[in-house]
Design a protein around this ligand. Structure first.
Ligand code: B12
Length: 259
């Protein structure tokens, strides 16, 4: 235990409580500390960190040869690999282009795993995904869409900067069990409320799951169909819940409430 009275240099305190690193690490050294102890999963994560798509496939092949289930590899190897990259980015150890290359390598890996499963199920249902009007940040939405597809949903991906009316038209055309929205800017998140109000106006009672750095639970629950999601991995949980229980928004909010 540190004695605060005698601690002249606060650095010691910050290091003790893991707020600061013991020494300045290189990104490679920091990544090394975050990888899985499992050598097969570590190879996948390392290839994602390095943004090397071919190495991701090679590492996945090694996992498959060892008998791992291709769909489980998404949760067990690919997402943890991307989590290492996010962690290093949050610490300011790596930069944006690295994150984008890693995200591409991870998405490639998800697609590859899907081709390796024999039991590609009949689509469970449809989900419409979009990034809010005016917003081009689509990395999170791409992960959401990839995870939904991996879970057996048919995804209608409207892309980024999607006009409000286009979302409503897609819902009318595809009758999805869930709509997702992603917004990373405080200027674009209000498009969600417009989508919500137009859906209600047209009589569509369907959960509208919203996430992305700009929004929080309070904001999303301020509109009647809104279900807040913090992590992309929640999207398939929402879709499965809606499929099983229908569009009971109040029950769904209870089920997935954060605090
Ligand atoms: C990458 C990035 C870019 C890239 C985007 C590339 C791309 N194809 O997406 C580029 C360089 C193009 C870019 C441009 C701009 N950017 Co930018 N960008 C970022 C950055 C660094 C990372 C965003 C990101 O991809 N995060 C990783 C992904 C995975 O996170 P995510 O989308 O939030 O998704 C996660 C969760 O939220 C969740 N999730 C997301 N959606 C959903 C949906 C559901 C249903 C669920 C369950 C979960 C879920 O799942 C994911 C994790 O599991 C952020 C900074 C930051 N720290 O966020 C700034 C940031 C978002 N950008 C910002 C700005 C201002 C801009 C620009 C306006 C800059 C400029 N002056 O030109 C332009 C915007 C142009 C536009 N009209 O959109 C600001 C926004 C500020 C604000 N609050 O409004 C930020 C916050 C930077 C900052 N601190 O100022 N940007």
């Amino acid at each position: 235990m540190l004695d605060f009275k005698d601690t002249k240099d606060m650095t010691e305190v910050l290091v003790r409580y893991n707020v600061a690193m013991e020494k300045t690490m290189t990104p490679d050294e920091a990544a090394e500390q975050l990888y899985s102890k499992d050598a097969l999963y570590k190879a996948v994560a390392k290839a994602i960190y390095e943004g090397e798509e071919e190495d991701v496939i090679e590492a996945l092949d090694a996992c498959l040869d060892a008998g791992k289930d291709p769909i489980k590899l998404i949760d067990d190897a690919l997402l943890p690999g991307m989590a290492v990259v996010s962690n290093l980015y949050d610490q300011g150890l790596i930069f944006l282009p690295n994150v984008m290359m890693s995200a591409d390598a991870m998405l490639e890996g998800i697609d590859y795993c899907k081709t390796k499963t024999k039991d590609v199920p009949k689509a469970k249902g449809t989900v419409v995904c979009h990034v809010a009007e005016g917003d081009v940040h689509d990395i999170g939405k791409n992960i959401v869409a990839a995870l939904l597809r991996a879970d057996g949903f048919n995804v209608v991906d409207l892309g980024r900067d999607v006009p409000v009316n286009e979302v409503i038209e897609a819902v009318a055309a595809h009758k999805p069990v869930l709509v997702t929205g992603t917004a990373l800017m405080t200027t674009t998140m209000y498009a969600f409320k417009e989508v919500n109000d137009k859906l209600v106006e047209k009589g569509f009672k369907i959960p509208f799951a919203c996430g992305g750095g700009a929004v929080n639970q309070e904001f999303v629950e301020s509109f009647s169909l809104g279900i807040y999601g913090e992590e992309a991995a929640e999207a398939p949980k929402f879709a499965n819940y809606a499929l099983k229980n229908g569009a009971d928004i109040a029950k769904m909010r209870d089920e997935f409430h954060y605090h």
